[in-house]
Design a protein around this ligand. Structure first.
Ligand code: ATP
Ligand code: MG
Length: 137
């Protein structure tokens, strides 16, 4: 088995933290062996999810972990906050739904970019878990 590397935790409070989380995701993805295109996919996903934290929750955490196995490389990211939560997740996952005057494509776009996407939300806790997986070459 490959040695597990400790996950990176980035505290998210403002736009500088978004930039930092984005850079960490890109760097870890690069170390694991993701292509430049996949590094950009992951950086974009982290950008969208952490921007939602700043916009709708105030603060939260982005955790980036190498979850690779023998056969595949896998980057898993969990973005979590203790903000007000999302009233209607089905609606929030549709293109064009925004309560903040945005385009409303952050969540659905992120789901399309990733291989795994899970979201749970209740008042006081929103958690989005994503992963990108590629077969080792
Ligand atoms: N962490 C969160 N906490 C509370 N509500 C959220 C959170 N993330 C998303 N939402 C809600 O889900 C909606 C959809 O989010 P999404 O990121 O898809 O679009 P947006 O942020 O409104 O616009 P865009 O990301 O395209 O600029 C948001 O408008 C907001 O109501
Ligand atoms: Mg958004």
């Amino acid at each position: 088995m490959r040695e597990m590397i400790d996950p990176e935790r980035v505290l998210i409070r403002d736009s500088t933290d978004i930039v930092r989380a984005r850079a960490v995701a890109r760097q870890v993805a690069n170390q694991i062996g993701f292509t430049l295109a996949d590094q950009t996919r992951l950086a974009t996903a982290v950008s969208e999810l952490t921007r939602n934290i700043v916009q709708y929750a105030g603060e939260g955490v982005c955790e980036i972990a190498d979850a690779s196995g023998e056969e595949e490389i896998r980057l898993r990211i969990i973005v979590e906050d203790n903000g007000p939560g999302i009233d209607d997740i089905d609606r929030a996952m549709k293109d064009g739904y925004s309560t903040g005057g945005g385009l409303g494509v952050g969540l659905p776009g992120t789901r399309r970019l990733m291989d795994d996407f899970a979201i749970e939300s209740s008042p006081g806790c929103t958690r989005v878990s994503i992963a990108l997986v590629r077969r080792r070459v």
